[in-house]
Design a protein around this ligand. Structure first.
Ligand code: B1M
Length: 211
C-alpha cells in the first residue's frame, strides 16, 4: 500500500505535523492499526541504523520520535479499544538510566488493548520504585523496558529489590527491549521475556489467566 510507504518515509523525515493525517488516511484506506504501526517502525529502524553509523544526530532522531508519538496518538484508540473487563494490573517503566520510552508506550497500549490496567511509572525508574508501585497498586506483573546494553545491569537490581521487599514470589517480572533475550531473562531470574509489544501483552494475559 503506497500510503504505508509514505508513513515510513514521513517517520524517517521526522514530520510530526504530517503524521496524524497520514495515519488517518491509511486507516480510512483499509490498513489495520498494526500495519500502520509496522510502517512507522520500519521508518524508525532506518533512523536507528543511521543513528548507529553517526549519519543522523540526536535532534533528527528526536524529530522522528515526535512523529512516532503523533502517529501513535491516532492509533491509540484503535489499539486499546476493548470491552474486556480489567483482568489485572501491570506496573510498566523504563529502567533506571534508560530514557527510551517509545517501545514502553507501545507495550502499554497493547496491554490496555488486552484489558489490563497499566500503571506507567515512566522512564529512568530506580528498582525500588518498581517495588513501591507494585505494592501500592497491588500489581501481579512488573514490566521493565530496557533499550541499552548499559542499562541491562539494572535487571538484577529490580529482581533483588523484590526479593529484599519479601514479595518476589507474589510478582512476575517481565522484561523486554532491543538488547534483551530469553536467555538473559532466565539468567537474571526474571519470569518472562517478550520480543515486542504484542507478545508482551499476550504473555501478560497468559500470566494472569494461569494465576
Ligand atoms: Co537511543 N539508542 N540512545 N535514543 N535509540 C538506541 C537504543 C541504539 C540501539 C541506537 C544505535 O546506536 N543503533 C543505541 C543503543 C546501543 C546499545 O546499547 N548497544 C542507543 C544509544 C547509544 C543512545 C544514547 C546513549 C545516545 C547518546 O546519547 N550518545 C542515548 C541514551 C539515552 C538514555 O536512555 N540514557 C540515546 C538517546 C536516544 C534519544 C533520546 C535520541 C531517542 C529516545 C527518545 C525516546 O524514546 N523518547 C533514541 C532513539 C529513538 C533510539 C532508537 C533510534 C529507536 C528506539 C525506538 O524508539 N524504537 C534506537 C535504535 C533502534 O532501536 N533501532 C536507539 C522504536 C520502538 C517502537 O522500538 O523501543 O525497540 P523499541 O521497542 C520495541 C521492542 O524493543 C519491544 O517492543 C517494542 C516494539 O513492539 N520492547 C518491549 C520494548 N520494551 C519492552 C518491554 C517488554 C517487552 C517488549 O516487556 C516489559
Amino acid at each position: 500500500m503506497e500510503i504505508l510507504k509514505k508513513i515510513s518515509e514521513t517517520l524517517y523525515d521526522g514530520d510530526e505535523f504530517a503524521m496524524p493525517e497520514l495515519v488517518n488516511e491509511a486507516i480510512n484506506a483499509g490498513a489495520t492499526a498494526q500495519q500502520v504501526l509496522d510502517a512507522m517502525m520500519a521508518g524508525m529502524a532506518i533512523v536507528g541504523d543511521e543513528f548507529s553509523r553517526d549519519e543522523l544526530y540526536i535532534p533528527e532522531v528526536l524529530c522522528s520520535c515526535h512523529a512516532m508519538m503523533e502517529g501513535s496518538k491516532v492509533l491509540k484508540p484503535l489499539l486499546t479499544d476493548t470491552d474486556a473487563k480489567s483482568v489485572g494490573t501491570v506496573i510498566l517503566g523504563s529502567v533506571q538510566g534508560d530514557m527510551h520510552d517509545i517501545g514502553k508506550n507501545l507495550v502499554g497500549m497493547m496491554l490496555e488493548g488486552r484489558g489490563l490496567k497499566v500503571i506507567d511509572i515512566g522512564i529512568d525508574v530506580p528498582a525500588e520504585k518498581f517495588v513501591e508501585a507494585a505494592i501500592e497498586h497491588n500489581a501481579d506483573i512488573v514490566a521493565c523496558s530496557i533499550l541499552l546494553t548499559t542499562t541491562m545491569p539494572e535487571t538484577p537490581k529490580v529482581v533483588k529489590a523484590f526479593v529484599e521487599a519479601g514479595i518476589r514470589d507474589q510478582v512476575k517480572i517481565m522484561i523486554g527491549g532491543a538488547p534483551i533475550t530469553q536467555e538473559f531473562c532466565i539468567r537474571m531470574g526474571c519470569d518472562a521475556y517478550a520480543k515486542d509489544a504484542g507478545a508482551a501483552a499476550a504473555l501478560a494475559l497468559t500470566i494472569y489467566q494461569n494465576n
